[in-house]
Ligand binder design. Sequence first.
Ligand SMILES: [Zn+2]
Length: 274
Amino acid sequence: MKEINQMINEASSRNMIVPGFNIFGHEEALAVVKAAERAATPVLLMVNRSARQAMAIKHWGALFSSIVKMAEVPIGVHLDHCTDLDLIQEAIESGFTSVMYDGSKLSLDENIRNSRFVVKYAASRDVAVEGEVGSVPYDDLGEKLGDFTTPEEAKRLVEESGLDWLAVSVGNIHRLTDRKSTIDFQALQAIENATKVPLVIHGASGIRDEDMEQLKKSKVAKVNIGTALRQVFGQSLRREMLASPEVFDRITLLKNPMNLYEEKAYALICQLKE
Ligand SMILES: [Zn+2]
């Protein structure tokens, strides 16, 4: 098992969570790595669907693998939400250290079958697999809460597929621009009692500080963070461009925004540390 995946497994029984950040360019990757090194804590660089539409998976794999190889702390390269089995194999061949197979929209039997296929392929290459049952809604698509993960489904998916980590729906919501989701800790506890694997919470940008503190003590070992950093990126770059209308150089324009981005990543990492 790769060191970063081992650390995520350990986080499930410790008072900490390993953050996974959705990254959309090399500047952000470098900023997150610097923040993780300053905090002396492991993190994951994650590639989501829109990043994959912007650039091919093999390029992300090559770029991020070479960046994390130089890091002073264990950093993983994670494929977020993927339903395409060929693409998952390509990601594993391109250096990703963990992948998420998202079969949550399928029947449970089909989800189990495909997750098991991915686990078998990934395990021989030392790559961890995250699965999901139940569904975490997307706020920007107007989706509502409802399809929570049940302990019975979680138990079957984990035991019959052999996956390493399980993403759950317990009140968390994707892409919230403010922290207004409410975690149902009773539902989470029921899943913890029914399964043995580390749990994953998506939509962490929308989670309040007090809920996050409680999640650190639970079996949640990884959270996915996208929106909180994307907001800093957009807002700080816009301010920079309005303040310096004569500047046209990419590297110059991104300098201050990337410093702010690194500070935000650092704050989020520190909040999740032990
Ligand atoms: Zn997600």
